[in-house]
Design a protein around this ligand. Sequence first.
Ligand code: PHE
Length: 341
Amino acid sequence: MENTIRSLQQEIIDFEIGSPAELEAFRLRYTVRKGLIAGLFGQLKSVEPAEKPRIGQLLNQLKQTAEAKCAEAEERFSSGEKDRVSLIDLTLPGRRYFTGSEHPVQKVLGEMKRIFSDMGFGIATGPELELDRYNFDMLNFPPDHPARDMQDTFFITREKDGDDVLLRTHTSPVQIRVMLDSEPPIRVICPGKVYRNEAISARSFCVFHQLEGLYIDRKVSFADLKATIYSFARQMFGTDVKLRFRPSFFPFTEPSAEVDVTCYLCGGKGCRVCKKSGWLEIMGCGMVHPNVLRNCGIDPETWSGYAFGMGVDRTVLLRYKIDDIRLLFENDVRMLKQFPA
Ligand code: PHE
């Protein structure tokens, strides 16, 4: 009898009650009126009288162990239930989710991409950490040409022979990458971030966005360039926009021009934004320099092309009446929330 009690005691201690169903199984086996413990109490009368008090005590202990275990499990399950109920307040309003929205720069870039893709341009991208070779050398910048200083460059490592690593100062190195990687005819735009070590103010920041265009084919002329820019400008800024091409210089285009559009805030009459001139500069452009074509293994006798590079951020500022370019780069949600999808 004593052995039976002890082994049952061990069994009860080892029994894991992990769910209300297991608690019920435990009760049915040990503590109900027809359970094992009650059965042992029934056998107590056949125990020798001298042994009765000791065995009786052991049995009582067994019963207490089982009952305590039941009580503990009951408490565990019912208190869990209580907590869960008190956590749910069905009168609370639902949780509001703020879905993100497209950044104003991406909105404008998206529109520019759509206009050019309608004209048959594909999209190419390149790294922001760029080799001097692609950012300058192959774009026909002579080694000590002052044009390198025009674009205050952030250098990352100083090597030699065009292997310097820098933050690209314009998207034009993507032109080189595309020409090295593919055969003409080529018709791509290259949108992306560029970096310049400039004094930071409401009007200029060390990072900004450009959208480059490159078109290489047989017999491409400046007239093709003009027609493309006109078509773009009318879709982007309105059908009555006028353009002005001013002669300019870039080492990688010849001839080169800068393009102005009539100020779309004052309609060309002159205002604070266009500094009373009636014009806003939107891009640099020109015919791809034969040296650049040659650097990329393209024969300038057979192929010709144009390229353009436009700033994106100023259009964003004007379109959304934002008065400080730095706001475009701070990612302050209070600002971004004002441009819902
Ligand atoms: N890369 C020039 C700049 O950043 C713009 C440009 C691109 C000019 C392509 C001509 C052709 O100022």
